[in-house]
Design a protein around this ligand. Structure first.
Ligand SMILES: Cc1cc2nc3c(=O)[nH]c(=O)nc-3n(C[C@H](O)[C@H](O)[C@H](O)COP(=O)(O)OP(=O)(O)OC[C@H]3O[C@@H](n4cnc5c(N)ncnc54)[C@H](O)[C@@H]3O)c2cc1C
Length: 420
């Protein structure tokens, strides 16, 4: 039985998959990606990006591009039914507390930036999906929905909250998905007339929150969170049912809700899902391992899903290299080192649930009050250093040298591949 590995199949070209492919390539492995979408998926809303994810992005030479494509958000503004501000948060206070290693970026721009580093360098099969996985002591046979079957040394499931690899190898989603009581949705629309450049404007009712942020290409990104009972499909119902659910939750509400629901009805990139965590005792079975939302989704309440997915990818590749390709050692170290940190992040996300969508009028008022307090530099510094800090040390994991495949001139302008 050979434990040394080279050829690694990654299911999913979201955030974790391409990050892992980049680091595997850089550490001398040969990754292949299979992605069910016909091209890289670039939907989603504006996310805050900092901490461990920032550190990994720096090691990939990505931060100049993330700063270029990201937004220097000025203010979080909470408004009432009439659109009048009831609380403001100066985002600069937080940015300073994070040492300026912070940006707000559209998830699609983050995904594209990462993918651009491996585009043309990693064999990527778009529009396909794994049908079956058969392991034996020396490798893994993979059958695809459309492509010919192939054999790999390892398979990584980086295919998100509703992971296909997890379902095929680890069992039914219901065993691992913990629904947190909310649904989230987002979409992007051109031509929304009210812009408030640099300001995230947010409106809350008990159990519901709706926000908007103006993108620089003339579009506006919208983000909804609302309380709802668990759905037996885990929130993955058809698009028309998503729209109907949002209409039920926000129809008849104040502020700009009617105009935003109109824009939603004519949008074609609605993202809708349950707000869930994924909790698993074991992240690997034999030659198959999970990564990112597939095994440790912290939920959007953690505000760090993408960053943690990138950090996990970095660590998994580093452990595979450190173990000289001995996957049993690498998988064991990857989980034992990263899981305690993830467990803390998941607990922290549960604590912030009340802030995201307070359930009562009193809760909404309390949230507004707390938001006002957060402008005090002492409080925001404490929050950044204590509540949001990533207590995980990447320094034992050096980036390694750059192989020829990823030192060519094909990187986007202003981006230096992998300069650390
Ligand atoms: C299009 C999109 C929009 C999103 N928008 C938001 C958002 O607005 N707010 C939010 O909080 N989170 C959003 N997320 C989730 C968030 O981005 C994740 O927490 C984070 O990206 C974790 O990274 P990941 O790579 O583990 O998972 P993901 O980024 O979810 O990537 C998983 C990838 O696997 C692919 N995939 C799924 N099933 C299969 C299969 N059977 N075969 C092959 N490939 C498969 C998916 O198409 C996707 O590209 C979004 C995810 C996606 C895919």
């Amino acid at each position: 039985m050979s434990r040394k590995v080279r050829n690694i199949l990654i299911s999913g070209a979201g955030i974790a998959g391409p990050t892992l492919a980049y680091w595997l390539l850089r550490r001398g492995f040969t990754p292949t990606i299979v992605e069910q979408a016909p091209s890289p998926r670039v939907g989603g809303y504006v996310i805050d990006f900092w901490g461990l994810g920032w550190e990994v992005a720096e090691r990939m030479g990505l931060t100049p591009r993330l700063l270029r494509d990201g937004y220097r958000m000025k203010e979080l503004r909470l408004v009432n039914d009439a659109g009048r501000p009831v609380a403001r948060l100066d985002v600069d206070v937080f940015r300073k507390a994070a040492g300026d290693r912070f940006t707000s970026i559209h998830r699609g721009d983050l995904a594209s930036s990462i993918y651009s580093l491996i585009d043309g360098k990693v064999d990527t099969i778009f529009g396909d999906s794994i049908l079956s996985i058969q392991q034996d002591p020396d490798g893994v046979d993979v059958n695809f929905r459309n492509s010919a079957s192939r054999r790999f040394d390892l398979v990584v499931g980086a295919d998100g909250l509703h992971s296909n690899v997890r379902a095929l190898v680890f069992g039914d989603e219901g065993r691992y998905e913990r629904y947190l009581g909310y649904y989230a949705a987002s979409f992007n629309a051109p031509g929304y007339p009210i812009r408030d450049k640099g300001v995230y404007v947010s409106y809350a009712l008990p159990g519901r929150q709706l926000g908007r942020y103006a993108l620089r290409d003339g579009r506006t990104t919208f983000f909804f969170v609302f309380i709802g009972p668990p759905d037996r499909n885990g929130g993955r119902v058809g698009n028309s049912e998503h729209r109907a659910a949002l209409q039920r939750a926000f129809g008849g509400a104040g502020w700009e809700c009617p105009a935003i629901l109109d824009a939603m009805n004519s949008s074609d990139d609605l993202f809708f899902d349950a707000v869930s965590q994924v909790r698993m005792d074991h992240w690997s079975v034999g030659r198959v391992v999970l990564l990112g939302d597939a095994c440790f989704c912290p939920s959007l309440l953690a505000g760090q899903g993408s960053a943690l997915a990138m950090a996990g990818a970095y660590l998994l590749a580093a452990e595979l290299e450190a173990a000289d390709g001995d996957y049993t050692v690498a998988f064991q170290r990857y989980q034992s080192r990263f899981k305690p940190f993830i467990d803390e992040k998941q607990k922290g996300a549960l604590r912030s649930a009340g802030w995201f969508a307070p359930r009562t009028r009193l809760g909404v008022r309390l949230r507004n009050q707390v938001t006002r307090f957060m402008n005090a530099p002492l409080i925001s510094t404490w929050m950044v250093k204590r509540l949001f800090a990533d207590h995980f040390d990447l320094s034992p994991y050096p980036s390694g040298s750059l192989p020829a495949e990823i030192t060519d001139k094909s990187y986007p302008e202003g981006v230096q591949a992998g300069k650390t």
